[in-house]
Write a protein that binds this ligand. Structure first.
Ligand code: HEC
Ligand code: HEC
Ligand code: HEC
Length: 288
């Protein structure tokens, strides 16, 4: 329990048997009246904001949410998904509910590169795929890579290698350019980060039935529209739906209007099926 005067923006409290987050407070001391705390509080269940006047001497139940127990997993539209790392229960909270916390949320990279996942870039352990024809020598399917293979000082002509992982010309402290802008016209430069380890000719020629060339070159679809550079948390997918680092960028791709599904389905070696809608193209499903 805390005194109403101790209420601060951002705190969670229990009030009328519901959970609220304090949005704003104001102390009012009208003349010789008792002090009041005028508070704007947001109901965490309904999202509604109400105003409530507490008397200064009121005691309020502070709700300590197990903040450390909840790991942020991923964003899906306006909703942010969290997992209780002990019970594995998942909850989704809206951007509105999270308020000021949103800019500080970073998807839990540890969960994404976990070797129990359906797919991941091989940082913790060798990868899941035994057939990755694009790998450039000396990389192999059994290779291990490091965060710093992608995140480090940029090697462009006007940068300093000595800045290490703390300075780069490219967003996300990436070592080389990697365009995530929808509609990017493909070139070696735009996806240099990926082409440093994956042979551009093989990707675009290619083993997976022309799938890459059709999308990346002919339709200007970025790698990031289909692939996640880290991996897919096991809480977010499974071996058939999120293999091959597949995780559609939902700012570009929408569910297929006929089935309501937004999904990649792995049908075995170099075969798969997609359900989605993208720039007017509807896959309901499309198979390769
Ligand atoms: C430092 C080297 C390196 C870089 C940079 C790199 N990759 Fe990889 N990638 C690998 C290795 C090694 C594998 C093989 C893992 C395996 O066998 O499962 C791999 C595998 C993959 C796979 C296949 C995964 C699967 O399970 O089928 C995809 C897709 C992929 N990379 C996409 C990308 C994209 C997109 C980029 C650019 C953001 C990128 N890679 C950058 C080293 C790299
Ligand atoms: C294969 C290349 C690659 C590797 C390896 C890699 N990253 Fe990333 N990372 C990226 C790319 C590309 C982005 C930005 C674009 C995106 O998120 O789609 C990114 C973004 C990030 C971000 C910004 C938040 C986010 O997820 O968008 C953080 C933090 C991060 N990486 C941390 C790490 C850590 C920690 C490791 C090692 C465990 C790691 N990365 C390994 C390619 C990589
Ligand atoms: C339209 C969605 C889509 C886009 C865009 C896309 N990929 Fe893929 N990629 C896939 C799918 C699906 C597979 C799995 C193919 C299979 O084995 O069934 C794949 C497989 C791969 C593999 C593993 C097989 C191999 O050829 O070595 C790599 C590496 C890869 N992609 C890299 C990239 C890079 C780099 C880009 C951007 C230049 C990119 N992809 C763009 C859908 C996409």
């Amino acid at each position: 329990m805390i005194q109403a005067t101790q209420l601060r923006k951002g705190m969670c409290i229990q009030h009328d048997n519901e959970l609220f987050r304090v949005v704003a407070t104001q102390h009012v001391t009208p003349g010789n009246w008792r002090g009041m705390v005028q508070a704007k509080i947001r109901n965490l269940r309904t999202g509604a904001i109400i105003e409530h006047r507490f008397r200064s001497e009121d005691r309020v139940e502070r709700a300590i949410l197990d903040e450390n127990e909840m790991e942020y997993l991923y964003q899906d539209g306006d909703m942010f998904h969290f997992m209780n790392s002990e019970t594995f229960d998942q909850v989704a909270l809206s951007a509105e509910t999270l308020g000021d916390a949103v800019p500080y949320l970073t998807p839990n990279i540890r969960l994404k590169v976990d070797k129990r996942n359906p797919s991941y870039h091989p940082i913790e352990d060798a990868g899941q795929n035994v057939d990755v024809p694009s790998l450039l020598y000396p990389l192999r399917e059994t290779s291990i890579i490091y965060c710093s293979d992608c995140h480090s000082g940029s090697s462009g002509s006007n940068s300093f290698e000595t800045r290490g992982p703390h300075g780069s010309n490219w967003p996300f402290l990436l070592e080389k350019p990697y365009s995530i802008a929808d509609g990017t016209v493909e070139s070696y430069q735009e996806y240099e980060l990926c082409y440093k380890c994956h042979d551009r000719n093989v990707i675009l020629s290619d083993g997976s039935l022309g799938l890459h060339k059709t999308h990346v070159v002919d339709e200007n679809v970025t790698c990031s529209t289909c692939h996640d550079p880290h991996g897919i948390s096991a809480t977010q997918g499974n071996a058939t739906h999120n293999s091959h680092l597949m995780n559609f960028d939902i700012s570009v791709v929408a569910p297929d209007p006929n089935t309501g599904m937004l999904m990649f389905e792995d049908l075995g070696s170099n075969r798969g099926r997609c359900y989605l809608a993208c720039h007017g193209a509807v896959h309901s499903p499309a198979e390769y």
